[in-house]
Design a protein around this ligand. Sequence first.
Ligand SMILES: Cc1cc2nc3c(=O)[nH]c(=O)nc-3n(C[C@H](O)[C@H](O)[C@H](O)COP(=O)(O)O)c2cc1C
Length: 161
Amino acid sequence: MKTAIIYTTKYGSVKKCAEILKEKTGGNADTYNLQESPDIRLEDYDTIILGASVYVGRIQKEMVDFCLKNNTLLILKRIGLFVCAGEKSEKKYEYLKLFRENILNISISNKVFGDEIYYEKLNLLEKITLFILKGVRKSYSNLDSEAIDEFVTDLDLLKGH
Ligand SMILES: Cc1cc2nc3c(=O)[nH]c(=O)nc-3n(C[C@H](O)[C@H](O)[C@H](O)COP(=O)(O)O)c2cc1C
């Protein structure tokens, strides 16, 4: 019973969430940054967690392409999906469809984990976009530990599935 946590990130919030999840499994999971290691032996895992972050309504192209390419295999697995996103309204759950609706539909758990901003790392365009979207001009961490814990429970990760 092996778990793979496969993610894409721009500035590290999703990576941080992947590491939190791994820690909660007692280290009993392999983590892959899809942007660095695209070749993953999915057949080695029965539980696959996919995580990505939202920028202007989209998740990373590498994750979209990965879900499309591996769709047939993924829908046979125990799937967990999460996004890091700053949206607070119910609209945030729409982002989970970006992994593909058929994967979302068979997922055991799917959550929005909240967001972090590493303001000093953003380029000028991102700083302007962030200000327009949210009126924000500073770094913060607003991860939803309750959502993360629910996700771990839903997927039985503590038991090392
Ligand atoms: C330029 C910019 C655009 C963003 N657009 C959205 C958005 O459309 N919806 C949303 O919910 N969050 C948005 N966010 C918040 C990010 O999803 C959040 O910062 C996330 O934690 C980033 O994760 P990462 O560091 O793993 O890439 C945006 C952030 C930035 C800097």
